[in-house]
Design a binder for this molecule. Structure first.
Ligand SMILES: Nc1nc2c(ncn2[C@@H]2O[C@H](COP(=O)(O)OP(=O)(O)O)[C@@H](O)[C@H]2O)c(=O)[nH]1
Ligand SMILES: [Mg+2]
Length: 346
């Protein structure tokens, strides 16, 4: 374990649903590779001995009532305080040995997020062909929409800083979690590094929980939902443009016919006008929402700044009171830090 790994408080976050077959060795492997790290298993109502096996291996166990990988990870992010969060699956498909190279860019402060990519040749991964196709499909959609170059969208092996986790409101409940984390990183402009990691197959008797069609649609739905929220001009403007083009045909026809016959075909003219009005409204909605989205980003940035200030203030060693430094002096410090008018607002 490197010096800087020692210095950082690392939490290994392992969402699990019925992984009794593999969780014992997963916990042992990560405890061996990262002896100072906190290994946290979030059990989502497993029907097998996942929780007890993990606890016996020395893992911290969190229980989450609501089913879904997203719910489980959100619980861990909320309850576990660490400098670095290493997210990994509990099915033994991600070697613990790759953890060091995955967290290295985050520990050395070169990245806010390090994504373990499985799709590169170098990673010699055993990705099922359906997952590979699905990944490629969603990947090209996200890269096209967000003008990005993400190499692996659905990987469950990633390292993130505390600040990134605190800035990233996760609303996903299921397997769309990784897609949301990736798009949040793109939207926040997080420094992201991709590290080839190996994916090995599940051992015999161990079953994947993903439902290809159902979860596939959830992932697609989240991509468009986040496109709407984080790129409103692209989303609404794009639909508006399409509607505008659609209205052009009847509009041009009515105009052409009027030019020839001085007769206006009313229903077609109304249709064309209606479509163009919808188009302009959609584009305007996109412009207004883009401005609003920008303001929200600014507010999130300021709130994050205040949180970091408070955190550095509360971690500052308290000077011995010999110099007559009292509690109220601290409050005055805090008030001075927050600026005029903050005092007495608690
Ligand atoms: N806590 C929790 N973990 C889950 C749930 N569904 C899947 N997981 C875990 O998420 C990880 C990835 O799931 P997996 O079935 O391997 O999906 P795949 O790798 O995409 O085939 C595994 O550790 C699962 O146990 C769930 O509903 N709750
Ligand atoms: Mg898996």
């Amino acid at each position: 374990m490197s010096h800087s790994e020692h210095a950082s408080r690392i939490a290994v976050i392992i969402p699990c649903l019925d992984e009794a077959l593999t969780i014992g060795s997963v916990v042992a492997d990560f405890r061996r590779e990262l002896p100072d790290a906190q290994v946290v298993v979030i059990d989502n109502g497993s029907t097998d001995a996942t929780a007890s096996i993990a606890a016996a291996g020395g893992a911290v166990i969190l229980h989450e009532r609501r089913r879904g990988k997203g719910h489980a990870v959100r619980k861990a992010f909320r309850q576990i305080d660490a400098d670095i969060y290493l997210l990994v699956d509990g099915d033994g498909t991600y070697p613990a040995g790759d953890a060091h190279k995955l967290i290295a860019p985050v520990v050395s402060d070169h990245a806010d997020v390090a994504i373990g990519t499985r799709l590169e040749k170098a990673s010699r991964s055993e990705v099922h062909w359906i997952n590979r196709i699905g990944n490629r499909l969603f990947l090209s959609t996200v890269n096209f929409i967000f003008r990005a170059e993400v190499g692996d969208l659905l990987t469950g092996y990633r390292a993130m800083t505390r600040q990134f986790v605190r800035q990233s409101p996760i609303f996903s409940s299921g397997f769309e979690l990784e897609t949301e984390l990736t798009i949040l990183a793109l939207d926040r402009g997080a420094r992201t590094e991709e590290v080839p990691v190996r994916l090995i197959s599940r051992p015999a008797g161990s079953r994947s929980k993903i439902r290809i069609v159902g979860d596939g649609f959830r992932i697609l739905y989240v991509i468009f939902l986040l496109l709407r929220d984080y790129r409103p001009l692209t989303f609404f403007g794009g639909i508006g443009l399409a509607v505008g083009l659609l209205g052009l045909a009847p509009g041009l026809f009515v105009t052409w016919e009027f030019a020839k016959t001085h007769v206006v075909r009313i229903p077609t003219a109304v249709l064309a006008t209606g479509l163009e009005m919808v188009s302009v409204s959609l584009i305007l909605a996109g412009v207004i929402l883009t401005t609003v989205a920008r303001r929200f980003r600014e507010i999130a940035f300021q709130v994050n700044g205040i949180q970091e200030d408070l955190r550095s203030l509360s971690s500052r060693p308290r000077a011995p009171s010999a110099g007559g430094h009292s509690r109220s002096d601290d409050d005055q410090d805090l008030a001075a830090h927050r600026g005029p008018g903050a005092e007495g607002h608690g």
